[in-house]
Design a protein around this ligand. Sequence first.
Ligand SMILES: Cc1cc2nc3c(=O)[nH]c(=O)nc-3n(C[C@H](O)[C@H](O)[C@H](O)COP(=O)(O)O)c2cc1C
Ligand SMILES: [Mn+2]
Length: 481
Amino acid sequence: MAYQDLREFIRALEKNGELKRIAIEVDPKLEMTEFADRSVKQGGPALLFEHPRQHSAPVLINAFASMRRMEIALEVKSVDEVAARIVEFLEMRMPEGLIGKLKMLPKLAEMGAFFPKIVSKGPCQEVVQKDGFNVLDFPVLQCWPEDGGRFITLPLVFSRNPDTGKRNCGMYRMQVFDERTCGMHWQTHKQGAEHYRRMGKQGATRMDVAVAIGADPATMYSAILPLPPDLDEMMIAGFLRQSPVEMVKCQTVDLEVPAQAEIVLEGYVELGELRTEGPFGDHTGFYSLADEYPVFHITCITHRKDPIYATTIVGPPPMEDYYMGKAIERIFLPLMRLQLPEVRDMSMPPEGIFHNLMLVAIRKSYPGHARKVMHAIWGTGQAMFSKVIVVVDEDVDVQNYSEVSWKALNNIDPQRDIEFALGPVDSLDHASRLPNFGSKMGIDATRKWPSEGFTRPWPGVIEMSGDVKQRVDELWKKAGL
Ligand SMILES: Cc1cc2nc3c(=O)[nH]c(=O)nc-3n(C[C@H](O)[C@H](O)[C@H](O)COP(=O)(O)O)c2cc1C
Ligand SMILES: [Mn+2]
């Protein structure tokens, strides 16, 4: 059964021993970060701070911060189950003949059941504040000492594509400037920024934006998925939770938000208005520098009577977002393999912060195959940000970073095997020659073939023969070892 809301998810975490309530007073300014950071690094539970200093709303953090919690969030035994369900849908073709078509009906009905449903009221509007509100009434964290202020870190930011009318939901952090103004940190490649550019082209002066904080876990998770533009995250959330997301119309803007959300900020972004946002201790483990970003003006705050404030911190890896990203890696692998069936597995180690390092194992079939795969990845959605791609043969386990380092480093002649490309890079890359533009490197660490100009013999990996291993198994004890 799908979780109705954040509370049901919290109860499930608690029942599974994955959540700790913190009864003592803790300051949302820095102290909660230190708690959350230590906890995630020790493999500790999600934390629910019941008494944030000077605030009444409890603070939930690290709710997704382990693979077990990701499984509880998505209600699966392994996130691979989600991948399998996606493949099942993608492979669904209209079968021949009436009987075959009839057999399809339940599947199609199931698909229909994913579409979000508009409802006339929702708990997220139990309290409606059209004036006299203050977003800082919520326990918004200052995450790190040199942060430019307090940041809302788990917001579901809703906007509409003015050309297609399609909704988007992305997670873009928001620095709180004052009681009713925040930064809107949608990076230039993201859909919120695209909507903003299109609104500008149409000569609009304001863009409606609504922000939901705290919802059922599938809905929250859908906001970070690297989906194609114009694919409704709320539909994907419905697919993940196998039940439609209930949406309610906002009070002051022409957008809908999840009816079961804890807190909703309604408002607008003024076209052309920019303000310095940051610095912010980011998921690279470095501070992102202050930069100019649009400003979000709040026109109305709605919330539950007793809202819970959901948040996260990012910083030196691994943090909560590593586990959210690891689940994306597993869930999106089958989608990647639709385009690139030669890919056997791929992995993004925590220290690579997703965009800095991707390890890919392929079944190599023709000369230059590894380079073809690199370019395909650089041409695919948010995988375009991959700064370093290491391509290995399929016998290398890319989840085993020590095996990859050992084999890849042995297999390369650097000058011959490195491919450089120029293109868009992650906005958080502080080393690129320009913001958002720089170089990327592919390392072809596959075994080289004569058809690639390599005519020397290629040695095999050292392995003991099976019969000797077996014999030593017996001798081992006799030797007193
Ligand atoms: C905790 C967290 C914070 C994030 N903050 C930002 C952010 O501030 N700006 C941004 O552009 N992307 C941020 N992201 C990544 C986006 O949510 C992600 O790229 C998403 O796919 C964007 O959706 P879109 O393609 O609909 O724009 C964050 C992700 C997580 C998990
Ligand atoms: Mn999107």
